[in-house]
Design a protein around this ligand. Structure first.
Ligand code: IPM
Ligand code: MG
Length: 354
């Protein structure tokens, strides 16, 4: 099949980890006879430096024309401590999500048998934990009305959701749960927030249409606690944008490293595949960052964007083989730590030879 990608490395470690994912993608396409074409484009701080805009129109056009987008990370410390910066790299990511209509961010949280001892949680708590967080991605407080008043001395951000926005994401949650272990946890703060009460109302209305799925409602503070205490109790979680942002960073530590978790953002236009971690600027250019989350994002790309599960599986198998062999980066190494590029070469090589 013809596969045309937009490749957006972004900032910090982005270019290094995306380079490893591209080695993997090329190895898979060669092995299975797919015709791969791809083009690189700038986003984030790199794009601000070059064009003044963190998500330039040319980058958006390229994404719209592509079959899928492989994305690295966005963010640069020079903006983090400057709340007055007129443009920020993160605005590029948010605009990309909005303009591509990526209303659902799918973040699977799986443990790796060979890494259980790396988790800060006890083995018996995490062994077999396997759930999916579905985060609403184009609404809520990230995109609501915001501003300053009283000469800048009062600031506000508004969390707004429409029934239609809630319905489409909760439906997706039910569809995922229906294909998995048939349990959907709707995470909200309905004891305090009006927007959460609408979430709950909509979910309660939809529930009867999915009789095979058990619906559970959980306040977000309680969910934050339960994810760490009983991660195995979850199957599919669905939640609004900011709750999902926070809970998925929390959930990632269950696996032992933030460098392992991939994500898919899907919606109206081209889907985007990206690791859940950030741009890790301290490691940029050092060839030490873990490329696995981005490589697994490429696996999700074959599965979700191209409906090619065998191609996705060989990437997962190759990653598992590298973890079992201890051929890993410094964040999870027991013995000798390998470089980012060495791990990428090893995984691509495994795909060629298996
Ligand atoms: C994420 C990130 C982004 C977010 C930042 C970089 C804007 O934390 O993808 O989880 O908050 O959505
Ligand atoms: Mg985040």
């Amino acid at each position: 099949m013809k596969i045309n990608l937009a490749v957006l490395p972004g900032d910090g470690i982005g270019p290094e980890i995306v380079a490893q994912a591209m080695k993997t993608v090329k190895a898979v396409c060669k092995k299975f006879g797919h015709q791969l074409t791809y083009e690189y484009a700038v986003t984030g701080a790199a794009a601000i430096d070059q064009t003044g805009d963190p998500y330039p129109a040319e980058t958006h056009d390229l994404c719209m024309k592509a079959d899928a987008v492989l994305f690295g990370a966005i963010g640069d410390p020079k903006y983090d401590n400057n709340p007055k910066a007129p443009v920020r790299p993160e605005q590029g990511l948010l605009r990309m999500r909005k303009q591509l209509g990526l209303f659902a961010n799918i973040r699977p949280v799986e443990t790796f048998p060979s890494l259980l001892h790396k988790s800060p949680l006890r083995r018996e708590l995490v062994e077999g934990a396997d759930f999916v967080c579905i985060r609403e991605l184009t609404g809520g407080i990230y995109f609501g009305e915001k501003g300053r008043k009283d000469n800048g001395n009062t600031a506000f951000d508004t969390c707004t959701y429409t029934r239609a926005e809630i319905e489409r994401i909760v439906r997706l949650g039910y569809e995922f749960a229906g294909k998995r272990n048939k349990k959907l946890t709707v995470v909200d703060k309905a004891n305090v927030l009006e927007s959460s009460r609408l979430w709950r109302e909509v979910a309660q209305e939809l529930a009867p249409a999915y009789p095979e799925v058990t619906t559970e409602f959980m306040f977000v503070d309680n969910a934050a606690m339960q994810i760490i205490q009983w991660p195995k109790n979850f199957d599919v979680l669905v939640t609004e944008n900011m709750f999902g942002d926070i809970l998925t960073d929390e959930a990632s530590v269950i696996t032992g490293s933030l460098g392992l978790l991939p994500s898919a953002s899907i919606g109206i236009h081209t889907s985007v595949f990206e690791p859940i971690h950030g741009s890790y600027p301290q490691a940029a250019g050092k060839d030490i960052a873990n490329p696995v989350a981005t490589i697994l994002s490429a696996a999700m790309m074959f599965e979700y964007a191209f409906n090619l599960p065998t191609e996705g599986k060989i990437i997962r198998d190759a990653v598992n083989a590298s973890l079992s062999a201890g051929y890993v980066t410094v964040d999870i190494a027991e013995g000798e730590a390998r470089k980012t590029s060495e791990v990428g070469d090893w995984i691509a090589g495994w795909i060629e030879n298996n």
